[in-house]
Design a protein around this ligand. Sequence first.
Ligand code: PNS
Length: 160
Amino acid sequence: MKTIVYPGSFNPITNGHTDLITRALKVFDQVIVAIGTSLQKDPKTALAERIALCEEVLASHGDRVVVEGFNGLLVNYVRGRDTMFILRGIRTVTDFDYESQMVQMNQSLDPEIEYVFMPSAHEHSFVSSTLVREIAQMGGDVGNFVHPAVKAALANGTAG
Ligand code: PNS
């Protein structure tokens, strides 16, 4: 079985993330959504809440999508899985610059790691968790960018 790890903060999961996962399942048998913590971003929403929301949003994929949380370095987490593939979505040139640095850093920590970049679909290329959080906090409608469960969680303060 070919598995790929899709790491991210998922704070919250957006339609851009779910689209990427659906498309990755055309190539891989299983996607492990690995919810980590970036020291730079330091999400306010607890890991357990982000995991629960991702599980709800991705439930229709059954056991082809597994959601897990991890602490610490991504390379250490991936070493414990039955794959060395990491999936990341690319929206813009800025994403590519940032991701290239992450690839090189992670590959220098573990040369076995291989990255797969997928371009985001054009209708999601401007969607980011950061903007979704900001719009929701200021009372805007995020219904076009996230699953209804995420919209509800943002509204009741259990996401974002
Ligand atoms: O969705 P994001 O915020 O772009 O995801 C970033 C994430 C969680 C993938 C990244 O911060 C990460 O890998 N965190 C784990 C800690 C780590 O390995 N840091 C070194 C990166 S070179």
